[in-house]
Ligand binder design. Structure first.
Ligand code: AMP
Length: 553
């Protein structure tokens, strides 16, 4: 068993306990797929814009790809970056990598040189699976830059790129693989230990770049199982995935659907008409989505034209859903709204369809995995009684054990007795129902996507016109929040939003690092410990927004 450098293993006593209690099943994601294929070979498993596979075909394609990837020399502990849209190839890739013990490093399609170089160096990735072009993005110059900066990157495998490519052809690897019993036996022998990393998720960082969250097979299968149980999923379920699969919301729904032998429908669009058409065509029963999309869907004028009667549940997470959007959902689609609270680190909670109105409108329900322990503590780390607000802490078989290669972050992220500090403020009722009341961590959630203000600040600080900067979330009706940068310009400088955005783009940053509003000020206010006083800035922004609304009236 080769462990990835910088991976923090769970404590031995926790591993022993979780395995003894059966909370960890000591199986891999590859085992989960093989079981589904053995029990339901002819059942539809995966549909996207190009393919329709039953479980037996899905397993065969995954095995072919896994053998092809091994043929490139990839295997035990070799990280492979995966940057794909919601195509069926995503599912094939995840399970093929899981079968050969190569951790999948999941990149957002929007990630550019800055983030990709960071993850590539951090994980010493040996390969990268990516389309050459996707919609308006041409990845080829990005590939060139990343290859130059990372000599460890040996293979670029391109998806849907055609045969005349200088890169390894993904489709060819599946088609040309020899699926002999000898190869299949060799593949079995490459199966990783369930304590190894299955995938690595990106999440907002506090040091200027995203952090990497490793999740082991044990940890991922545990989440898949308890998600399936808490959602009462069955083999008859059809799960539509239009949200990014690099986020826990989408990924855990994918794995839990395979865990319960359901069907996956991957949709590479978030347009309401495409969503509705897919629900109608595939008789979709469940879908994870973010609040911004839900709002867009229930406000869609042509909603009535589609037969959406198969929908049983929408798992809405990534950010808080405004109660009026929940009520509109109930009115238009029936009682299908479920809150999905979760994070890349594996802490997940959910309301249940039969919860009472207050629980559904105002809380995030209870943990999906009943063996995860969630508590609330005060500023001194003391556990608080019910209904008192404090920081939410979590520990258990569903929770990760540390960021990759980030000892300093990990020291701050965990208590001495192993609880993860979520950075969310919460209250827990007597009956264990959790209310999220705010955030102590410095992140902006834009349409369910986490943005790290520190990342934007460190980019803006490099601009010659910027002396100091603090980035905060600006309330936004459509997306929840957008990034607003308060800037103290250098003497005689007068930077514009456009020039700053151009500058950040030139650094190879992704759209997630672009501010959408700037305010020029004389001095960034500081707290009494000398940090930017973001609360004061938020109050100031509220006043400015209210004043500009008044002006418009
Ligand atoms: P990420 O790790 O990028 O998925 O972001 C996780 C963070 O998103 C959580 O720590 C919360 O701050 C926020 N979040 C996720 N789901 C919800 C929800 N249902 N309600 C409120 N905040 C949420």
């Amino acid at each position: 068993m080769r462990l990835v450098d910088g991976f923090v293993q769970p404590k031995a006593e926790d591993t022993e306990k979780y395995l003894r209690m059966g909370w960890w099943r000591n199986i891999t994601l590859g085992d989960v797929l093989d079981k589904a294929a053995a029990l339901h070979p002819d059942k539809e498993a995966l549909v996207d814009d190009r393919c329709r596979l039953n479980y037996s075909q899905l397993k065969e394609s995954v095995d072919r790809l896994a053998i092809g990837l091994s043929g490139l020399g990839l295997g035990d502990g070799d990280c492979v970056m995966v940057q794909l849209p919601n195509w069926g190839e995503y599912v094939l890739t995840l399970y093929a990598l899981a079968k050969i013990g190569a951790p999948a490093v999941l990149l957002l399609p929007r990630h550019m040189q800055l983030e990709i170089n960071h993850f590539c160096a951090l994980t010493r990735a040996k390969a990268w699976i990516v389309p050459e072009t996707y919609r308006k993005t041409d990845y080829r110059p990005v590939i060139e830059d990343v290859k130059k900066a990372n000599p460890s990157l040996e293979h670029i495998i391109t998806v849907r790129g055609g045969k005349n490519t200088p890169f390894v052809n993904f489709e060819g690897m599946i088609a040309d693989t020899d699926l002999s019993s000898h190869e299949l036996q060799a593949l079995k022998e490459r199966k990783p230990d369930a304590r190894q990393i299955a995938f690595i998720l990106p999440t907002g960082g506090t040091t200027g770049l995203p952090k990497a969250v490793p999740r082991t097979h044990n940890n991922a299968v545990c989440e898949a199982e308890y998600k399936a149980i808490s959602r009462k999923q069955s083999a008859d379920d059809v799960c539509l995935l239009c949200v990014p699969l690099e986020h826990n919301l989408g990924l855990a729904s994918l794995d839990s659907t395979v865990f319960s032998y359901g069907k996956l429908v991957l949709l590479d669009s978030t347009l309401p008409e495409d969503f509705c058409a897919a629900v109608q065509r595939e008789r979709v029963t469940r879908a994870p989505i973010v609040p911004t999309l839900l709002d867009r869907f229930v406000s869609f004028e042509e909603l009535d034209k589609y037969d959406l009667g198969s929908l049983r549940a929408l798992y809405v997470g990534g950010a808080k859903t405004p109660p009026d959007v929940i009520q509109a959902t109930h009115k238009k689609l029936g009682r299908v709204y479920v809150t999905a609270f979760g994070m890349s680190e594996g802490v997940t909670c959910t309301t249940r369809l039969d919860d009472d109105e207050d629980t559904i409108l105002n809380t995030v329900g209870r943990p999906c995995c009943p063996h995860d322990e969630l508590i609330v503590v005060d500023a001194d780390g003391r556990k608080l009684p019910s209904d008192r607000e404090g920081e939410l802490l979590a520990k258990g078989p569903g929770v990760f054990s540390g960021y990759l290669g980030a000892p300093e972050e990990n020291r701050l992220a965990f208590t001495s007795d192993g609880y993860f500090l979520t950075g969310d403020l919460a209250m827990i009722s007597d009956s264990g129902v959790i209310r999220i009341t705010g955030r102590s961590k410095d992140i902006i959630i834009r349409g369910g996507e986490n943005i790290s203000p520190v990342e934007i600040e460190s980019l803006l600080r490099q601009h010659p016109d910027v002396e100091d900067v603090a980035v905060i979330g600006m309330p936004d009706k459509e997306l929840g929040e957008r990034a607003c940068a308060y800037i103290k310009p250098r003497e005689n400088a007068n930077p514009s939003l456009e020039s700053l955005v151009r500058f950040i783009r030139s650094k190879g940053a992704s759209v997630l690092q672009l501010p959408e509003r700037i305010e020029l000020i004389y001095e960034i206010p500081l707290t009494n410990i000398g940090k930017p006083d973001k609360k004061a800035l938020r109050d100031d922004l509220k006043r400015r927004l209210a004043a500009s609304n008044d002006d418009k009236k």
